[in-house]
Design a protein around this ligand. Structure first.
Ligand code: HEC
Length: 459
C-alpha cells in the first residue's frame, strides 16, 4: 500500500509536466483554433472569480492580478502555478474520496487548459467590450460574516497587543483572555480577523482554544463519546484560522457551547516581514444563538494526532509514512478535513473502516503545501455520516528528499516540534456526534435520495 500510494502521488506531478510539454508541441504544429483564446473573453473571467480575491491591492497575495498588464507580466508563473495545482490553493486529490465541498475554489481541467493555451498562444487581449464586469470586494476592516449573519458579532474577544520585531524566527503569542458571558450560550458562527493592513501580512495562523469548567454537562449527544473514556468532556479548540480562511458557520442544528468563566487561550503564529509591527491584535467575532436556545448538537473541533513526539522520525533524504487510528464511540457526522504538517509534509489521507470491515477513502490531500492550511468543508449532503465503531485511519507522508521543493535542508534528521523546520502531523476535524435515531434517519434519507437520483437518470 505504501508503494502504490507514493507512486500515485509521484505519477500525479509527472503527469502535470507531461501535459505542459504536450501543449507546447501542440501549438508548434498548430492548425488555428476556430476561436483564439483571449484575455477579455476567456481568461479574465477565470482570474477574476478564482484569483482576484487574494491577488488585489490590500489582500494577502504578493502581487495583484486584476487586469491584463498585471497578469501578462507574470504569465509564466501563473501557468506554472495553475498547472501544478498549487494555485488557487486547493490541494486535494480530485480522483478519490468526497468531492463536494462548500468552499471549493479549484479550477476545472478546462479552465487550466484555457490559461495554458492563452499563455502559450501569445496572450491576446481580445475585445475590451467582452471583459467581465469589475468585481466588488468586501472591506477587509469589517466583519465578513456580518452580511450573512444579519449583523455585527454579539461578542468580540481580542488577543492582547503584541509587537513583532522586523526580523527573527517565527513567533508564537499565547495570551489568555476572558469571554464576557454570565450564562451558558451557544455559538452559531465564529470569525477571526487579523488587523488591517499589517496583521494580514504577518499573521500566519491562529488557534483559539476554549477553556471552561465542563463538569456536569451531560445532556448532549457528544457526551456519549467521552462517557466511555470516563473522563470529563473537553471543549477543545474553538476555532482554527489561517490565510485565506474567514470563519466558521455551524450547521443549523449545531453549535459550540460557551460557559460562564470561559477563557480563550490564543496561539497566534507570527512571521517577520522586515518592518516592525507594533501592538498587533487579532479579533475573534462570535455570533450567538438567541438566549435560552439550545441547538440539537454540539460540534467539537477535534485535533487528531497522526504522529506526535518520538513517533515522528524522518531521516535525512527519506520519505516516511505514519499512521494512526481513532475509533468513533458514537455515530458521528464529520464536517470537514484539514491536514496540518510543516515543510516536509507531502500528503495526508483520512479513511473510514466501517464496523463491517468495508474500507473507504474519505479525503486525500495529495499535494499538501505547508504554508496553506486549507480546510476542506464538506457540503451538508456529502459530509460523511459514520456509525458507532467506525475506525478512522489517518495516514501522513513526509518527504525529506532534495526532490521536495519545499524542503529547507534534506540533510537534517527531522522530528516533532513547533517550528516550521520541525515536523507535525495531525488532522483537524469538526465532529458532530449524533443520537442513534438521527443517524438512522440521515442514512435512510440519503439512501432514498440516491435511489430517486438513480431512477431519474436511468432511461
Ligand atoms: C486564497 C488566496 C489566494 C487565491 C484564491 C489565489 N492565490 Fe495565488 N497566492 C496567494 C498567496 C498568499 C501567495 C504567496 C504564497 C504562496 O506562494 O503560496 C500566492 C502566490 C501566487 C503565485 C506566485 C507568486 C510568486 O511571487 O512566486 C502565483 C503565480 C499565483 N499565486 C497565482 C494565482 C492564480 C493564477 C490564482 C487563481 C487561478 C491564484 N493565485 C489564487 C493567495 C491566493
Amino acid at each position: 500500500m505504501r508503494i502504490s500510494l507514493w507512486s500515485r502521488v509521484l505519477a500525479g506531478s509527472g503527469a502535470v509536466a507531461l501535459a505542459g510539454a504536450a501543449a507546447v508541441n501542440g501549438t508548434d504544429r498548430e492548425v488555428k483554433a476556430p476561436e483564439a483564446v483571449t484575455w477579455a473573453s476567456h481568461v479574465a473571467p477565470i482570474i477574476r472569480s478564482r484569483c482576484e480575491e487574494c491577488h488585489r491591492p490590500g489582500s494577502i497575495a504578493p502581487m495583484s492580478l486584476t487586469n491584463y498588464d498585471e497578469v501578462k507580466k507574470v504569465a509564466r508563473q501563473v501557468k506554472q502555478r495553475v498547472q501544478s495545482r498549487t494555485m488557487p490553493p486547493w490541494h486535494i486529490d480530485k480522483t478519490v474520496g468526497i468531492q463536494e465541498f462548500k468552499n471549493d475554489r479549484s479550477l476545472t481541467d478546462a479552465e487550466i487548459k484555457t490559461i495554458g493555451d492563452w499563455v502559450d498562444g501569445g496572450m491576446a487581449m481580445g475585445d475590451a467590450k467582452d471583459l467581465p464586469p469589475a468585481a466588488t470586494w468586501p472591506d477587509p476592516k469589517l466583519w465578513q460574516l456580518a452580511g450573512s449573519m444579519g449583523g455585527q458579532p454579539d461578542l468580540v474577544v481580542k488577543s492582547k497587543p503584541y509587537t513583532l520585531a522586523p526580523k527573527g524566527q517565527d513567533k508564537w503569542w499565547r495570551p489568555q483572555v476572558d469571554v464576557p458571558i454570565t450564562e451558558p450560550r451557544w455559538v452559531r458562527a465564529i470569525e477571526v480577523k487579523p488587523s488591517y493592513p499589517m496583521g494580514r501580512r504577518v499573521v500566519h495562523h491562529v488557534l483559539t482554544s476554549l477553556e471552561q469548567p465542563e463538569k456536569g454537562i451531560t445532556n448532549l449527544a457528544s457526551s456519549a463519546e467521552h462517557a466511555e473514556h470516563g473522563g470529563p468532556m473537553s471543549a477543545g479548540l474553538f476555532m482554527e484560522w489561517a490565510l485565506g480562511k474567514v470563519g466558521e458557520v455551524f450547521n443549523a442544528d449545531a453549535g459550540k457551547l460557551l460557559l460562564p468563566g470561559a477563557k480563550i487561550r490564543w496561539e497566534v503564529h507570527y512571521y517577520a516581514i522586515g518592518e516592525e509591527v507594533p501592538n498587533d491584535e487579532v479579533e475573534l467575532g462570535i455570533w450567538l444563538y438567541p438566549k435560552g436556545y439550545t441547538p440539537k448538537y454540539r460540534t467539537i473541533l477535534n485535533f487528531w494526532n497522526v504522529a506526535a513526539g518520538s513517533e515522528l522520525d524522518i531521516p535525512p533524504g527519506q520519505k516516511t509514512m505514519t499512521q494512526n487510528f481513532v475509533v468513533l464511540r458514537a455515530p458521528a457526522r464529520l464536517e470537514n478535513f484539514q491536514p496540518h504538517m510543516h515543510m516536509r509534509g507531502k500528503a495526508m489521507m483520512m479513511e473510514a473502516v466501517y464496523p463491517d470491515g468495508k474500507r473507504e477513502v474519505l479525503s486525500h490531500v495529495n499535494n499538501f503545501q505547508w504554508n496553506w492550511h486549507v480546510n476542506y468543508i464538506y457540503k451538508d449532503e456529502a459530509a460523511p455520516v459514520l456509525p458507532k465503531g467506525t475506525t478512522l485511519v489517518f495516514t501522513a507522508w513526509h518527504d525529506n528528499t532534495a526532490q521536495n521543493p519545499n524542503n529547507p535542508d534534506p540533510e537534517q534528521w527531522v522530528g516533532w516540534g513547533d517550528r516550521t523546520v520541525d515536523e507535525m502531523a495531525h488532522a483537524w476535524v469538526d465532529v458532530t456526534y449524533l443520537e442513534q435515531a438521527d443517524f438512522d434517519r440521515i442514512v435512510a434519507e440519503r439512501k432514498k435520495a440516491k435511489e430517486s437520483r438513480a431512477a431519474t437518470s436511468s432511461p
